[in-house]
Design a protein around this ligand. Structure first.
Ligand code: ASP
Length: 440
C-alpha cells in the first residue's frame, strides 16, 4: 500500500500546523509521497504567501517590494524557529530576490511559495526533496504535459522511498527551463499527477474541512458531509460552484482508478469524503449534493413554425459560437427556443448577439431576462428511486418559489432547476430539508 498526501495552504500555514502534518505523515509509513502548498492563511484576515509573492513581484516601489519580501521571509523564518529546524533559506532568498529584480516571470515568482515550503517540510520529515521543475512539465495554457512528465516522474518516484514534491508548478514544456504554474489552487493537480505516476493506492487530500459538504455551509447551517461521491457527481457539483478540489485534479487519477480521500488536518480522525470512479456503496440519501450559481441570463427566441425550420437551432448556436460564448442550457418548445448563458460573459456582447440572431433566423421576437439562478441536485441514487423530481418541485412549491426552468440529464444523475436569483438560498434550503433533514 502506498499513499500520496497533499496538504493545502491552511494545513501548512505555521509551525503549529506543520506539527500536525508531521504527526499525520509519521503515523502511517505508507504515506510516502508528500505534496505541499505554500503557507496559507493563519487567520481570516491573513494573506497567503502566494498572494504576497504576486504582490512583491508587481510592487510599484522599492519600499513596497522590501516590505512585502520581508513579510514573506518572516513567514518561513517563523516556521524554522517554531520547529527548531537546522536549515537556512538565506541563499534561496538572495537568489529569489535577484530573479525578481530581473523580472524572470510571474509564474516563477508565484511558485517560490511551494518550493520553499517543500524544502522546509522535507527537512522536517527527513524525506528527500524533489524539485517539481525537474519532473513536472506544463504547457503554455497551464495543462500538464503527460508525454513529457509521466516517464520522468514515474522513474524518479520508483527510485525514492519517501519524498516531498512541491505542488502548483513545474517547467514549461518548451525546453526553456522556465518555471510554469498551474492555475490557482493547482497543488491539487500536482497531487493527482504524483498519485498517477507513483502508482499509489490512495490520494489523501488534506485540507481544513472534514470533506465535501452536501450543500454550501453559508446557505445551509451545518450541512452533512458526503461520505462517498463518484467523480461524475463531483464534476457536476464543482461545475455548479461547489469547491474543495481544483477542477483539473480529477482527470489524472480518474483513469487509473485511484480514489481521493478529502481529510481534515485539524480533525484527522474524521473519515472525510471518499471520491471514487464508481461504487456499490448505497448513498445515504437519494441525493448526494446540491450546488448552484446565480447570475444567468435567458435569451428566449420566438418564431411561428420554428419546429419545421430545419437548421434553426444550428444557426442560432452559430451566432453564440461566433462570439466565443458558451451556453449552459437550451430548453425549447414548439415555437420557442431559450438559450441560457452566463450574464457576466453575455452582457458585453448582448447587442451584437441579438443582431446576429435577427440576421441568422429572422425571429418574431427575442426576450432577454437576466435574473436566473441555477441549482443542480446531483445524485447517483436518483436512478433507482422514483419521485425525486416531484419531491424537488413540492419542496419549492411549499416555499412558494416559482420554477423558471427544469433540465434533467438523460444520465439521471442530476436535475437542474432555474429560479429567480432572490429565491436562490431559500430554494437550496428547501431542497436540503426535503432530502436530508426529512430523511433522517
Ligand atoms: N499556493 C497556490 C495558490 O494559492 C497553489 C495551491 O495552494 O494549490 O493558489
Amino acid at each position: 500500500m502506498t499513499k500520496i498526501v497533499k496538504f493545502g495552504g491552511s494545513s501548512l500555514a505555521d509551525a503549529t500546523q506543520f506539527k500536525k502534518v508531521y504527526d499525520i505523515i509519521k503515523a502511517d509509513p505508507t504515506r510516502r509521497f508528500v505534496v505541499p502548498s505554500a503557507p496559507g492563511k493563519r487567520f481570516a484576515e491573513d494573506t497567503k504567501v502566494t498572494d504576497l509573492l504576486y504582490k512583491a513581484y508587481y510592487a510599484k516601489t522599492q519600499n513596497e517590494f522590501n516590505m512585502t519580501f520581508e513579510e514573506i521571509k518572516s513567514r518561513y523564518q517563523d516556521i524554522i524557529d517554531g520547529l527548531n529546524l537546522n536549515i537556512s533559506l538565506d541563499t534561496d532568498f538572495i537568489e529569489i530576490q535577484k530573479n525578481f529584480e530581473k523580472q524572470v516571470g510571474i509564474d516563477y515568482a508565484a511558485s517560490r511559495g511551494e518550493y520553499l515550503n517543500g524544502k522546509l517540510l522535507a527537512n522536517y520529515l527527513g524525506f528527500e526533496f524533489i524539485d517539481a521543475k525537474d519532473v513536472i512539465f506544463i504547457d503554455a495554457h497551464g495543462n500538464y504535459d503527460i508525454k513529457k512528465t509521466d516517464p520522468i516522474l514515474s522513474k524518479t518516484l520508483m527510485e525514492v522511498e519517501y519524498a516531498v514534491i512541491p505542488g502548483f508548478y513545474g517547467s514549461l514544456n518548451d525546453g526553456s527551463g522556465n518555471i510554469k504554474t498551474f492555475s490557482r489552487g493547482g497543488s491539487d493537480v500536482t497531487g493527482s499527477i504524483v498519485a498517477k505516476n507513483g502508482k499509489v493506492d490512495l490520494y489523501e487530500n488534506w485540507t481544513d474541512v472534514s470533506g465535501f459538504l452536501i450543500a454550501d455551509p453559508r446557505i445551509v447551517k451545518k450541512p452533512d458531509v458526503i461520505e462517498t461521491i463518484t467523480y461524475k457527481e463531483l464534476r457536476e457539483l464543482s461545475y455548479m460552484g461547489a469547491s474543495v478540489l481544483h477542477e483539473n485534479s480529477v482527470f489524472p487519477v480518474r483513469k487509473e482508478g485511484i480514489p481521493i480521500n478529502i481529510k481534515n488536518t485539524n480533525k484527522p480522525e474524521d473519515p472525510g469524503t471518499l471520491i471514487v470512479e464508481s461504487t456499490c456503496h448505497k448513498p445515504t440519501h437519494v441525493i448526494t449534493g446540491i450546488a448552484g450559481t446565480k447570475g444567468f441570463a435567458t435569451v428566449m427566441i420566438e418564431k411561428d413554425m420554428m419546429n419545421s425550420e430545419i437548421g434553426f437551432g444550428r444557426k442560432v448556436l452559430q451566432v453564440f459560437e461566433d462570439h466565443d460564448l458558451s451556453f449552459e442550457h437550451m430548453p425549447s418548445g414548439i415555437d420557442t427556443m431559450t438559450i441560457i448563458v452566463n450574464t457576466a460573459e453575455f452582457i458585453f456582447k448582448e447587442q451584437d448577439i441579438l443582431a446576429g440572431i435577427h440576421r441568422a433566423v429572422h425571429p418574431d421576437s427575442i426576450v432577454l431576462e437576466s435574473d436566473l439562478a441555477l441549482i443542480a441536485v446531483v445524485g447517483r441514487g436518483m436512478k433507482a428511486s422514483r419521485g425525486t423530481a416531484a419531491r424537488i418541485f413540492q419542496a419549492l412549491a411549499k416555499e412558494n418559489i416559482n420554477i423558471k426552468m427544469i433540465d434533467q440529464g438523460s444520465s439521471e444523475l442530476n436535475i437542474i432547476v432555474g429560479v429567480r436569483n432572490c429565491y436562490f438560498n431559500q430554494a437550496i434550503k428547501a431542497i436540503y430539508n426535503e432530502f436530508i433533514l426529512n430523511d433522517k
